[in-house]
Ligand binder design. Structure first.
Ligand code: NAD
Length: 266
């Protein structure tokens, strides 16, 4: 028998009522993901170092009738991660999904032109920041006695390289190596964890790495789908991984690169 509730369910947004945390949510991929999560009915907490960007993204969501909470936090600092998650719980009472997306390129130059401090900085944000976030997010899911989903932003640079990418590639490769163990540890508690490995995506980070946009031409030429990635290309996958549609996917690092890393003659 078809009831009113059944038909309402058909039209339900995929993440209605869920609480999502997006780090690096003020710009680029994080912003696009935050808007996509909100579109699916989630309440979105946005973290970033700079208040103007995360407040602007939160403002867009609220203006569209959604729920958003900007929290200034540096993901490389344990105290900030703790404070961030506490702020989410204080506001929304729970956490269901985390997109640990904040990252930096660091000093993108040949290894002899990098200092050990440059290396430490990239590792602090891209690896330690993700490790810390995962640890405290899982503690939160366990304390709630609830399922949970974690998605981290890795990179195509774990499947290839650019001159200058050594420290950055190492930081992202480490998070690809990290998540299968966590997937094993907490799968029985209903916790899934996956990485997205974007190709070259048109964001402030990508633009900061080149003198001008003409430098992207060889990447476009090499990409089977024939264009650069857009932040929404990644945001939509971040939503999918968080939905029940991806319920059997865990411990995976998923390339979303328009086919850029496929080896072979073009
Ligand atoms: P972006 O620079 O727009 O976004 C990075 C965000 O992280 C910014 O909002 C920044 O404020 C935030 N951030 C940096 N350090 C932080 C810290 N210590 N604490 C809190 N927030 C911090 O660039 P993006 O391309 O959207 O990058 C998002 C993620 O995607 C990064 O992890 C990046 O490494 C990854 N990525 C990007 C590309 C690309 O081509 N753009 C490709 C592969 C992977």
């Amino acid at each position: 028998m078809t009831t009113h509730t059944d038909s309402a369910h058909i039209l339900q947004k995929r993440l209605e009522g869920k609480v999502v945390l997006v780090t690096g949510g003020g710009t680029g991929i994080g912003r696009a993901a935050a808007l996509a999560y909100a579109r699916e009915g989630a309440k979105v907490a946005l973290a970033g170092r700079r208040s103007a960007e995360i407040e602007a993204t939160a403002g867009e969501i609220i203006a569209a009738g959604g729920e958003a909470l900007p929290v200034v936090a540096d993901v490389s600092l344990e105290e900030d991660i703790r404070r961030l998650i506490a702020a989410v719980i204080a506001r929304y009472g729970r956490l269901d999904i985390a997109f640990n997306n904040a990252g930096i390129l660091g000093n993108f130059s040949p290894i002899t032109q990098q200092s050990s401090a440059d290396f430490d900085q990239v590792i602090a944000v891209n690896l330690r920041g993700v490790w810390l976030a995962i640890k405290y997010e899982i503690e939160t899911f366990l304390a709630q006695n609830s399922a949970g989903v974690i998605i981290n932003t890795s990179s195509w640079l774990t499947h290839g390289a650019l001159a200058g990418s050594s420290s950055y590639s190492a930081s992202k490769g480490a998070i690809d190596a990290l998540i299968p163990a966590v997937a094993l540890e907490y799968g029985r508690q209903g916790i899934r964890i996956n990485n997205i490995n974007p190709g070259i995506i048109e964001t402030p980070m990508a633009h900061s790495s080149v003198a001008d946009a003409s430098a992207f031409a060889p990447f476009i030429e090499h990409t089977p789908v024939g264009r650069m990635g857009q932040p929404e290309d990644i945001g939509d996958v971040a939503v999918w991984l968080a939905t029940d549609e991806a319920r059997f996917v865990t411990g995976q690092s998923l390339l979303v690169d328009g086919g850029y890393t496929i080896a072979g003659i073009r």
